[in-house]
Write a protein that binds this ligand. Sequence first.
Ligand code: ADP
Ligand code: MG
Length: 389
Amino acid sequence: MKINIGVFFGGRSVEHEVSIISALQAIHAIDSNKYNVIPVYISKEGIFYTGEALLEIQNYEDMKTLLSRAKRISIVKDLKETLIFEYPPGILRNTALHRLDLAIPVVHGTNVEDGTLQGYLESIDIPYAGPDVLSSAIGMDKIIFKKVLKESGLPVLDYVWFYTKDWLKDSEAIYKKVEAQLKYPLIVKPANLGSSVGITPANNRTELEEAIELAGNFSKKILIEEMIVNLREINCSVLGDYEKARASVCEEPVSSVDILSYQDKYMGNSGKGMGGSLRRLPADIPAEMSNLIQDLAVKTFQTLGCDGVSRIDFLIETEKNEVYVNEINTIPGSLSFYLWEASGLSFSDLMEELIQLALKKQREREQLIFSYETNILSMHSKGSKGPKS
Ligand SMILES: Nc1ncnc2c1ncn2[C@@H]1O[C@H](COP(=O)(O)OP(=O)(O)O)[C@@H](O)[C@H]1O
Ligand SMILES: [Mg+2]
């Protein structure tokens, strides 16, 4: 019997569209002789759909028509299996559309990639590929991520963080703290967005105020760090899990402006998602630097306890030749397939490895104890006097 794989994508995230591109690329790369692939699209409203029409990128130009052709679904955990039903239920809709054996989340950004989708899958016991709740959540919060890396001795830029509310209450105190610890030019970021949304440089107090105001629209926590002026950016993907992981070749994204914008990242020259972005691949850096980055990438991945395929992005200060881990994308755009192709692994083999890693994770999970057979509530009726006795 073929394994039924649900590829989950979309979601209530600013990176919704990027996820559609990544997911359709991934779906087409999965070996259909071996697996049945079921698209599971999460709309911006959080409604789940499936259906053939969701498999073609051009159908997304007209969302209304697409959704009228797709089937709204509910996912139900039955005794031994997970089933997908058409929603709302009806007399003619009482048999399941599909059995769901394994999920592959191909989602980016808040409300999905940050562990929320993984938490949903976990709570109803659907095995899934990729990072778990904790690693996803750490990877999405730029502040917590830096704290964890710093504690593990991995190189991150110094930073200051605060709640947007505290800045609204007493901005002067925040400016003083920032200026005491960091030197202009600074860079201001919402703690948990992506695709450069809400990120601005600040050269002085006035710009700092504007930058915080903008970032505050997107997150309740704000991160400020010094801006690297002589900057090179290098990205590297990691594939594996906590036991065994390897790094891809490095890439250097090429930007048309100071900060890599949404436009640079996803529209590129061909408008075909991350695969179409402008980049030097492999990056033109000395072997020593590339080895160092690959080593730091694997360490970052394993420190967080990631699983599947991630991309770790680095900032290099070119005058002092200093390397900093900037961020991790626990489910990267296009699943970083282009980095793996350049490393000798085809997209289809990459998907196969992701599936095998998910099955391994599931086997390991089945060996853990999640509940005890005793029911303390049933003891009540047998004369126990409750928890205190
Ligand atoms: N400390 C920094 N110094 C210089 N440029 C930076 C710094 N931090 C971020 N950038 C620029 O801003 C871009 C987006 O920042 P990043 O932290 O990667 O956020 P996102 O999650 O939106 O990708 C980076 O790709 C880089 O071009
Ligand atoms: Mg980035």
